[in-house]
Write a protein that binds this ligand. Structure first.
Ligand code: SF4
Ligand code: SF4
Length: 425
């Protein structure tokens, strides 16, 4: 571990001992899930390098930005419009909240019956183990679920937090409310950064974020090939890293990976032989380093070819349409784009059911695994509708409800294996 990293973490107020314990757990897990596997695309080397220094290189870049007076804005949900932050000269960073490690640090405060993502988020702040949280000038929360919105009140006692109100319906009135929220967010970010957003700066930000979305769409489309050219674990990692990497560099790296995958597809080279069971994962987000379900599925001999999640298609399938260089119109276009995310926090949410069916067909899957974080009531309840719809469409479904711990891994493995036995081509 570079001394300069330790010095930087100390300056950020990180609890070095606990932080060492976190990194010591991450290394062996990464080795087992990623590095030990063969036939990975060479383009994954960039991601191995980034994760190998997960709290070093990128944090250094954020600190350099802050040293010049720049601001870092941390988020937890794909509803927070990152274009607004980039356009004001800030850097948005999607926080991870996918680690079991930080959960015990939040449990003295939060009820045990709280979703792992919420506990992990608060634990990272309370335990002083995340340099991204520490390097951020503002955390932006949202009212997407009850657990999160109440957690943000507590988090605000320890770190500056601003909460955006996400409506629960997609009616015209709700869209007006959301547009007002995006406008208010613009004001907050302008105040924080001291920079005025202009039509030009917002147009540039929209282009950059759209370019990354297109690159991720390209990766997603390449996974439709049979045999699949990349594992679900690697593809998931690419999306997870996109949440905190520089948007332009990230776009380049995804496109370079896709160039390599184009060649694999053209020559019929797959990550697993043709005839391997193909699975679509749908449900709650899998924030880094939550690779548990993908690891179980792929270790059981299947390949994950798509994710209908916020660390999958919900993150990149909609672009912001180009509009005239008029700031008001651009803000409206940004707001509308975000209202097209089909999160289970909306009622009704038929569009998500349509998406799952469409994606299952596009990716030619043999089955769908619905991934539910325990105590996430919106996704758990919506799963009943997902089940009904998929039954009608003749698409096999397995529902998994779990958390970040390893306690139930054996049991999930048995259920996944039995499911694969049933659906394998
Ligand atoms: S599942 Fe809903 S609340 Fe969670 S990150 Fe996605 S959009 Fe946000
Ligand atoms: S997974 Fe569900 S309960 Fe957890 S933060 Fe997201 S919406 Fe809320």
């Amino acid at each position: 571990m570079a001394d300069e990293n330790v010095e930087m973490w100390e300056k950020l107020g990180i609890d070095i001992e606990k932080h060492n314990a976190l990194l010591n757990r991450l290394g062996p897990a990464y080795q087992e899930i990623f590095l030990s596997r063969e036939n990975r695309p060479e383009g994954m080397g960039f991601y191995d390098f980034v994760v190998g220094d997960i709290h070093g290189i990128r944090v250094k870049e954020l600190r350099a930005h802050a040293a010049k007076g720049g601001k870092v804005v941390a988020t937890y949900c794909v509803f927070v419009p990152e274009e607004i932050v980039w356009a004001a000269g800030g850097i948005p960073v999607g926080l991870c909240a996918g680690a079991q490690f930080s959960i015990p640090m939040a449990e003295p405060i939060l009820s045990r019956n709280t979703c792992a993502l919420i506990k992990s988020s608060l634990g990272f702040k309370l335990g002083l183990v995340c340099p991204y949280v520490q390097a951020s000038h503002l955390i932006v929360g949202e009212t997407t679920c009850d657990g999160k919105k109440k957690m943000f009140e507590i988090l605000n006692e320890y770190h500056p937090v601003y909460v955006m109100e996400v409506p629960n319906k997609k009616s015209e009135r709700s869209q007006e409310l959301w547009l007002g929220e995006v406008r208010a967010f613009k004001d907050v970010i302008e105040d924080l950064t001291g920079n005025k957003i202009t039509a030009d700066s917002l147009a540039e930000a929209i282009d950059s974020v759209n370019a990354r979305r297109r690159a991720l769409q390209r990766l997603y489309n390449l996974r439709k090939a049979s045999p699949a050219p990349i594992s679900g674990r690697d593809a998931l990692l690419v999306t997870q890293v996109s949440f905190y990497d520089d948007v332009k560099r990230n776009t380049q790296m995804i496109n370079a990976l896709c160039d390599e995958l184009d060649e694999r597809v053209a020559s019929g080279q797959g990550i697993a032989p043709e005839g391997t069971a193909r699975i679509l994962v749908s449900g709650c987000p899998q924030a880094i380093p939550n690779w548990k379900l993908h690891q179980v599925i792929e270790s059981a001999g299947a390949v994950v070819v798509g994710e209908e999640t916020c660390t999958g298609t919900r993150f990149f399938s909609e672009l912001v349409p180009s509009v005239d260089s008029n700031l008001d119109k651009q803000i409206e276009a940004v707001a509308n784009r975000y209202m097209n995310i089909h999160c289970a926090c909306f009622t009704p949410n038929e569009e998500r059911l349509d998406d799952i069916v469409r994606l299952a067909r596009e990716c030619k899957v043999d089955g769908i695994i619905h991934y539910n974080l325990q105590f996430c009531h919106t996704y758990a309840t919506e799963a009943a509708q997902v089940e009904k719809r998929l039954e009608k469409e003749g698409l096999p479904l397995l529902r998994i409800e779990t958390d970040y711990s390893d306690e139930d891994t054996g049991q999930i493995k048995n259920r996944v294996e039995a499911f694969l036995e049933m659906v394998k081509p």
